[in-house]
Design a protein around this ligand. Structure first.
Ligand code: NAD
Length: 487
């Protein structure tokens, strides 16, 4: 059985407590993880604070920070296959996807490596003749990062990259489910040569380790990705340390198909949008909103594609849908499908969990036309698509915005002016037109409403890990006049 360690203050440690990690493809324990408790969290945050203000990191120039990040990027690229296999083993995410995604994670680190020495302060044209005033941009402080089980290397890269570029130090809490790739990534951080305490990587349970990290008095900012309910706990806890928060949460993203769209291409995008990553994707296009005149045609293409998907071992390159990450997740998906069918939704395909080992669930399509199905409102985080139809553009937009989430959306049409109207009208942080699930380190990403606040990716994300300091310098040699008049 493999044993993993956590990484605190430049050291790899077993931790006092350990817990088993289950391979979702078999349901069997395959590894042992270190469980960080409150005292470990305290140690990690203290190490991060010492590194921030007193260690060599405090004297590392922005250009040197960039060079370290480039080195880290190269190490991620060189170890992508190993990391991918670990992620696949520990989370069930298919190897086809993890290997491509982790190779791309290296580009996120490269993007922020290049940004490190481009984060500039400014000089203010102040309204007083004998003053020079600047804004310095400084690291925001010790950052607490929490990520969910899906895509841990990717979801941490969009936090660690900009935070390091900005000069912060951090404690990263891997999800208790599937932490292996992130714990292994710590070895690359070490090898890249970041000073001890700059990046600490731990794992543990949310209510103990996560909560202790989020409310730690020395944490200045919390970068959280996960569900909205957990985000509420995080925000409540941040009332203790008054840390700022950025929240990347769930979604119930609309995928709108107009009759004039290229249906074959839209169907491929819809398959990518809902069945890739076995649906365990925050941007899953989980609500298909299709023009009534092409609904049957589109559903028959989708059904054919869904039923042709190769379900199997996530470690096989040919597999297209693997298991869900946990038994809990499989139970949740099965229960919500059942509840939706009871409410009147019609199963177009899938819907039954298969017999046998592992936490599998087949690609599933629910026709929810004229039904108040819970599947239209609640996030599955699984391979389940809910379908409704519309007659007019206004109706399509109303359905798209009929959610408290607002993470992503897709619009498929050949009509340019309509595409523009929808881009403006949809209330979501990302609108993809005639494409879906495209991401880049250059493009900001984040949600509206219950999908969160703050943006990851792009230049602004690095600025979010800074705080400004205003410097006033009096340039006159004359004595300060009347002390009772504010100048
Ligand atoms: P979760 O909210 O249960 O857990 C996320 C992380 O928070 C885990 O590391 C967990 O241990 C930790 N945590 C739990 N309780 C905590 C607490 N009280 N204080 C601090 N940390 C705590 O999420 P999950 O079930 O692991 O992941 C699925 C959710 O993540 C879905 O809603 C999905 O949409 C969302 N997600 C969002 C994005 C995005 O970028 N918007 C990306 C991926 C996943």
């Amino acid at each position: 059985m493999q044993r993993f360690q956590y990484y605190i203050d430049g050291e790899f440690l077993d931790g006092e407590a350990r817990y088993p990690s289950v391979d979702p493809a078999t349901g069997l324990i395959w590894a042992e993880m270190p469980e960080a408790r409150e005292s470990d969290v305290d140690r990690a945050v203290n190490a991060a604070e010492t590194a921030l203000y007193d260690g060599p990191w405090a004297k590392t120039t922005a250009t040197q920070r960039g060079k370290l990040l480039y080195k880290l990027a190269d190490l991620v690229a060189a170890n992508a296959q190993k990391l991918a296999e670990l992620e696949t083993r520990d989370t069930g995410k298919i190897i086809r996807e993890t290997s491509a995604q982790i190779a791309y994670v290296a580009d996120y680190y490269r993007y922020y490596a290049g940004l490190a020495d481009k984060i500039e302060g400014s000089y203010l044209p102040i309204d007083k003749p004998d003053m020079d005033v600047w804004l310095r941009r400084e690291p925001i402080g010790v950052v607490a990062m929490m990520v969910p089980w899906n895509s841990q290397l990717f979801l941490s890269a969009v936090k660690i990259g900009p935070a390091l570029a900005a000069g912060c130090t951090m404690v990263v809490k891997a999800s208790e489910d599937g932490p292996a790739p992130l714990l292994e990534f710590a070895r690359l951080v070490h090898e890249a040569g970041f000073p001890a305490g700059v990046v600490n990587i731990i794992t543990g349970f949310g209510s103990s380790c996560g909560a202790a990290l989020g409310r730690h008095p020395k944490v200045a900012h919390i970068a959280f990705t996960g569900g909205p309910e957990t985000a509420r706990h995080v925000v409540r806890n941040s009332a203790e340390n008054l840390a700022s928060t950025s929240l990347e949460l769930g979604g119930k993203s609309p995928f709108i198909v107009f009759a004039d769209a290229d249906l074959e291409s839209a169907a491929n995008a819809q398959v990518a949008g809902i069945f890739a990553a076995t649906g365990q994707s925050c941007v899953a296009g989980s609500r298909l909103i299709v023009e009534r005149s092409v609904k049957d045609a589109f559903l028959s293409i989708l059904k054919r594609k869904a039923e042709a998907i190769r379900i199997g071992s996530p470690l096989e390159m040919a597999t297209e849908v693997g298991p869900l990450a946990t038994k809990r997740q499989q139970d949740h998906v099965a229960a919500l499908v059942e509840k939706s069918v009871r409410s009147g939704a019609r199963l177009v395909t899938g819907g039954q969990r298969p017999d046998g080992e592992g936490y599998y669930f087949p690609p599933t399509i629910l026709d929810c036309d004229a039904v108040a199905s819970p599947s239209l409102a609640e996030e599955f985080f699984g391979p389940v698509l809910s379908v409704v139809s519309f007659d007019t553009e206004a109706e399509a937009l109303k359905l798209a915005n009929d959610t408290r989430y607002g993470l992503a959306s897709g619009v498929f049409t050949q009509n340019l002016t309509r595409a523009h109207r929808l881009m403006k009208g949809i209330r979501a942080g990302v609108v993809w037109v005639n494409t879906y699930r495209a991401v880049s380190p250059i493009a900001p990403f984040g949600g509206f409403g219950l999908s969160g606040q703050g943006r990851e990716g792009g230049l602004a994300a690095a600025l979010d890990y800074t705080r400004t300091k205003t410097i006033w310098l009096r340039t006159s040699d004359d004595p300060i006049p009347d002390p009772f008049v504010m100048r």
